[in-house]
Design a protein around this ligand. Structure first.
Ligand code: NDP
Ligand code: PYC
Length: 343
C-alpha cells in the first residue's frame, strides 16, 4: 500500500542499483535469470524516465502474478518464420519482453532484407510501458510501431460492458540530430495504472475518463475500479483505435482478446496474458534519402506553430536528470522493494 506515484523527492537510487534490486526480486519470485534481467531493466527504465504508472509501482503486481502461478517466469518462447518478413512468437505464457528479445535479431535481419517486417507475439504478459520496446529501433534508424491489448476495463463509446483493454500503442521514428520521437499512449482516457494510483492517493480523475458500475459518468477512481470502467480517449475515434488494437494484438497474433482474459482461478494475478504486434520499417526504402531530416523539419514546424514539446521529451529530460542525480524513491517504497528482494 505504500506504493504510489514517484515524486521528485525521496532517496536517490542509481539506475544500476535499482536494476540489481529488481533483478533480485524477480529471481526470488521464480523467474529465470534471463527473465529477471530483462524485466528489471525494463521496469527500472520506466521509473528512471518517470513512466510511473509502469515503474516500481508495478512490482507487487508482478510478484503476485508469479506467486499465483498465472504467469510462467521461466517460459521458453518459440520463434517461427511465417514468411520472409513475418515472425510468429509463442511466449508460452511468459512475459512479452523476453519473447520479443528472443526474436528481435531475426526481425532486424528481415527488415534489412525486406524493408519491413512484422513480429506477432501471443500467449504473452505485458505489464509495462511500450516505449522501451520501440525506442531502440529508432536509434537504429528504423520506424517502429507496437500494439498490445490488456484486460477488459474499457467500455466502447456509449456502452455498458467493458470489452477493450486500455490497449496502448507506441510509435518511434528517427529524427536527424536528436533523440527519436516516440509516443506511447493508451487507447483509453487514462491507463489503468494511473487510476489505481489516483485511488491510492485519494485523488479524483478527470471528468469524462470513466463510468461507475451502472454506466454513469464518475470522477471517483474507486468507482471505476469497483465494477466500473474507463472510456476510450476521444469518443468513437479512440473506440476505433481500441478495436484496431484488439484485432492487431490479439486476433492477428493468436493471443486472447482483452475480454477473454480470465485469471479468476489465480487470485492476485495482475499481468494480462494477451498478445503484442510489432511492425518495423526501414524508412530509407522510401527512397527520399532524407527521411530523418524531413522528420526533424516537421518537428521544427510543429514547435514553431506553438506545440511546446514533442512526446518523449519529458521522458528524455527526466532520464538525463535521474541518471545524473539518481532515481528518487520514497523511503517506504525502497524498504518494501528491499523486503521483497529478501535483503
Ligand atoms: P500519457 O497520456 O501519459 O502520455 C502519452 C504520450 O503523450 C507519451 O508519449 C507522452 O510523452 C506524450 N505526452 C504527454 N503529454 C504531452 C504533452 N503535453 N505534449 C506532447 N506530448 C505529450 O500516456 P498514457 O497514460 O496513455 O499511458 C501511459 C503508459 O502506460 C504508456 O507508456 C503505455 O504504454 C502504458 N500502458 C501499458 C499498458 C499495457 O497493457 N502494457 C496498458 C495501458 C497503458 P512523455 O512520456 O514524454 O510525457
Ligand atoms: O495501466 O492500463 C494499464 C495497464 C494494463 C496492463 C498493464 N498496464
Amino acid at each position: 500500500a505504500a506504493f504510489a506515484q514517484t515524486t521528485e523527492t525521496g532517496t536517490p537510487v542509481a539506475f544500476a542499483d535499482l536494476v540489481a534490486l529488481l533483478e533480485r526480486i524477480f529471481r526470488r519470485h521464480g523467474t529465470s535469470e534471463r527473465v529477471a534481467a530483462i524485466l528489471a531493466e525494463n521496469c527500472a527504465s520506466c521509473e528512471r524516465d518517470g513512466s510511473t504508472s509502469h515503474g516500481v509501482f508495478r512490482i507487487p503486481g508482478y510478484v503476485n502474478s508469479l506467486k499465483s502461478g498465472w504467469v510462467d517466469g521461466r517460459a521458453e518462447p518459440t520463434v517461427e518464420e511465417a514468411g520472409p518478413a513475418f515472425l510468429r512468437v509463442d511466449a508460452a505464457n511468459g512475459f512479452a519482453q523476453p519473447a520479443f528479445l528472443a526474436a528481435r535479431d531475426r526481425l532486424l535481419e528481415m527488415v534489412r532484407e525486406s524493408g519491413v517486417a512484422v513480429m506477432a507475439i501471443r500467449n504473452s504478459h505485458h505489464f509495462s510501458a511500450l516505449w522501451p520496446d520501440v525506442e531502440p529501433f529508432a536509434r537504429e534508424g528504423l520506424v517502429a510501431l507496437s500494439f498490445v491489448n490488456s484486460f477488459a476495463c474499457v467500455v466502447p463509446p456509449g456502452g455498458k460492458a467493458a470489452v477493450y483493454g486500455t490497449n496502448p500503442m507506441a510509435f518511434a521514428t528517427p529524427v536527424a540530430g536528436g533523440d527519436p520521437m516516440v509516443f506511447d499512449q493508451a487507447a483509453s482516457s487514462m491507463a489503468n495504472g494511473d487510476v489505481r494510483i489516483a485511488a491510492r492517493e485519494g485523488h479524483t480523475i478527470p471528468p469524462g475518463s470513466g463510468v461507475d458500475r451502472d454506466g454513469k459518468p464518475t470522477t471517483d477512481p474507486k468507482a471505476v475500479l469497483d465494477g466500473g470502467a474507463l472510456l476510450p480517449f476521444g469518443g468513437h475515434k479512440g473506440g476505433s483505435i481500441a478495436f484496431m488494437i484488439e484485432v492487431l494484438a490479439a486476433a492477428l497474433t493468436g493471443g486472447k482478446y482483452s475480454r477473454e482474459v480470465d485469471w479468476s482461478a489465480h487470485p492476485g494475478a495482475e499481468t494480462p496474458c494477451t498478445g503484442q504486434l510489432f511492425i518495423v520499417i526501414d524508412p530509407e526504402r522510401g527512397g527520399t534519402g532524407a527521411f530523418a531530416d524531413r522528420v526533424a523539419g516537421l518537428i521544427g514546424e510543429v514547435k514553431q506553430a506553438g506545440q511546446d514539446r514533442m512526446p518523449g521529451e519529458r521522458r528524455y529530460a527526466r532520464r538525463v536528470r535521474t541518471l545524473r542525480d539518481g532515481i528518487p524513491l520514497a523511503p517506504a517504497r525502497l524498504a518494501e522493494l528491499r523486503a521483497l528482494a529478501g535483503d
